[in-house]
Design a protein around this ligand. Structure first.
Ligand code: CO
Ligand code: ZN
Length: 328
């Protein structure tokens, strides 16, 4: 599974430009599903039949990134954010455009006590003039972090584990499931990082009876961290609440019951910020009972996100358990 994760995280696919990661996922799951299609916004929907009840399982394909807003006379690029980018974390980091162009983030001189904002940063792609820069990128070109996957043993580090790890878990669950008991709509969504947009149209089209997102969550287990009862290596996290969703009690009880029954390590998650695709899914039409299987992740939205493979395995097993449990 690490090889799949390496493959998925090494692709640059920011929100709105998910085509590269979509192609890889499509190839990975083609032989494990009954039907596969793309909707008009680009969500990849893989269907596996097994019963009357429709269960939408969602993982987002997109990742945070930057978008070129201007190219100056010397060939330096100015940019805006695509999703939650923290300017404090960028200087010295690298970005890669979807066409392969690479650049390094630099910063202008700041006045004393001046706050670092995105407008003070630039991206240097090695161009000596605006003309040279324009041969590689243009206003509107998008890039993501450029950082390699590292295998630290039980723990792995990569950019875009948010949410390629969710994609990998859903792919692995689809490969492992042998007796699906529901109609499974495994959906790899677009544009989550800019406001849960793909999940909204996917859910509208599918009209699911239940919705379950698979996505990362923060942890409170690093030095001087804010208090948060989520720890790396302590199991899959069953979301109770975040800023986009209060998990439906039926779904919370289902996930908890399945974890207990199958001896899958789990922990409860109450996140005081953020949201996932389930935030959009549960508000579809007359409402869809929804929840989230979360993967604890350190250093969220940095080029070096970290997860524990034991939690990943727990999340796969929990997803398979949902798929193989008859719901009504
Ligand atoms: Co995110
Ligand atoms: Zn995410």
């Amino acid at each position: 599974m690490k090889e799949l994760i390496r493959k998925l995280t090494s692709i640059s696919s920011p929100s709105g430009r998910e085509e590269q990661v979509r192609a890889v996922i499509k190839e990975e799951i083609a032989s494990s599903v009954d039907e596969i299609y793309e909707d008009k916004l680009g969500n990849l929907i893989a269907v596996k039949h097994g019963g009357k009840t429709k269960v939408l399982l969602a993982a987002h394909m997109d990742e945070i990134g930057i978008i070129v807003t201007d190219i100056d006379e010397q060939g330096f690029l100015r940019f805006g954010n695509v999703g939650g980018i923290n300017p404090q974390r960028l200087v010295g980091q690298r970005a890669r455009f979807t066409n392969g162009t690479i650049g390094v983030f630099g910063v202008e001189k700041l006045e004393e006590n001046e706050k670092l904002t995105l407008s003070k940063l630039y991206l240097d792609i090695g161009a000596r003039s605006a003309e040279e820069a324009r041969q590689k990128v243009m206003v509107g070109s998008v890039a993501t972090y450029y950082h390699e996957f590292c295998d630290l043993g039980d723990r792995i580090v990569a950019k875009a584990l948010d949410d390629r790890i969710g994609c990998a878990i859903l792919i692995e669950a689809l490969k492992r499931v042998t007796k699906p008991q529901n109609d499974l709509y495994c959906t790899f969504t677009v544009q989550e990082e800019v406001g849960l947009r793909g999940a909204r149209t996917a859910a509208f089209g599918i009209e699911p009876d239940y919705g379950i997102a698979i996505d990362v969550t923060g942890t409170g287990d690093t030095p001087e961290a804010e208090r948060l009862a989520i720890k790396l290596g302590h199991g899959a996290a069953i979301k109770v609440k975040d800023n986009s969703l209060i998990t439906h009690p039926k779904v919370k009880d289902l996930l908890t019951g399945l974890a207990v029954k199958n001896k899958i390590p789990y922990q409860f998650e109450v996140l005081p910020f953020g949201g996932t695709d389930s935030g959009a899914i549960h508000l579809t039409k007359e409402g869809v009972p929804s929840g989230v299987i979360s993967i604890p992740c350190r250093y969220l939205h940095t080029p070096s996100e970290m997860v524990d493979m034991n939690d990943v395995e727990a999340a796969v097993r929990l997803a398979v358990a949902v798929m193989e449990t008859k719901l009504d």
